[in-house]
Design a protein around this ligand. Structure first.
Ligand SMILES: *[C@@H]1O[C@H](CO)[C@@H](O)[C@H](O)[C@H]1NC(C)=O
Ligand SMILES: *[C@@H]1O[C@H](CO)[C@@H](O)[C@H](O)[C@H]1NC(C)=O
Length: 222
């Protein structure tokens, strides 16, 4: 009796599941607000996979950019950007060069400070331009996206998701000063995880571990 009741129920459940995941299921509409530079190179792969699963993506990027170019797996929507290509590359590439320059900690520290200030100013201005761009905001609002996929390194994605009342999903590679570890409360022991600017590897001697404990104090200031 129970058997007779259970078999059709499980068949029914299977059918329901098939209906949900089958070709009748609709893909979502995704607004992607990426972070420029190498961050985008990682996120691009996720967008490509989402496209392969039937989702539609619109990637929103400034007209002036380094890596965010048109691809066949998303629609690129651009907006006016208040900096020239040269100014942008100056700020973004400066950081890449700095990683390879073996300089004194203090010098690197102050350079990092200026760089972060310059980068913040750049992205703040570009975000202000974006949210005041009536044509782009109207287009985004009319598109009724299901979700905003963004990188918290560029907080404008969060601002935009909030503004358009669309839920946000985050894709993060790294953020300076361990804000990602603080935000997620992940285990982050100094004995094993090399800190920013230390040039330590994950195998440290005792003195390197001491250095690894001391550097974050300065990074707190940044
Ligand atoms: C930061 O901006 C200032 C003023 O625009 C500029 O002189 C300086 O070279 C920039 N520094 C870095 C590290 O990008
Ligand atoms: C988006 O459109 C809705 C409906 O037309 C409107 O109520 C809302 O204010 C618009 N939001 C923005 C940010 O323009």
């Amino acid at each position: 009796m129970t058997e007779g009741l259970w078999v059709p129920l499980s068949v029914l459940r299977g059918l329901l599941l098939l209906l949900c995941v089958g070709p009748w299921a609709e893909g979502g509409k995704l607004l992607v607000v990426p972070m420029e530079g190498s961050h985008w190179l990682s996120m691009k792969k996720a967008v490509q996979d989402l496209h392969a699963r039937g989702h539609q993506a619109v990637v929103l990027a400034p007209e002036v950019n380094v890596h965010i170019k048109e691809e066949d797996f998303f629609t690129l929507k651009t907006y006016a950007f208040p900096y020239t290509q040269e100014e942008l590359e100056n700020i973004l590439l400066h950081h890449s060069y700095m990683v390879f320059e073996p300089e004194h900690f203090l010098k690197t520290f102050f350079k990092t400070m200026t760089l972060l200030k310059n980068t913040s100013a750049l992205y703040q201005r570009s975000c202000a331009e974006l949210v005041h761009n009536k044509a782009v905001i109207q287009y985004l609002n009319d598109s009724s996206f299901d979700v905003v996929l963004t990188d918290p390194f560029y907080p404008c994605g969060t601002v935009l998701a909030e503004y358009l009342s669309v839920p946000a999903v985050y894709f993060l590679r790294a953020i300076p000063c361990e804000l990602d570890f603080e935000g997620t409360q992940c285990p982050n022991p100094s004995s094993y995880i090399p800190r920013l600017l230390t040039r330590n590897s994950d195998h440290m001697t005792f003195l390197e571990r001491v250095k690894n404990m001391l550097y974050p104090l300065a990074l707190k200031y940044i």
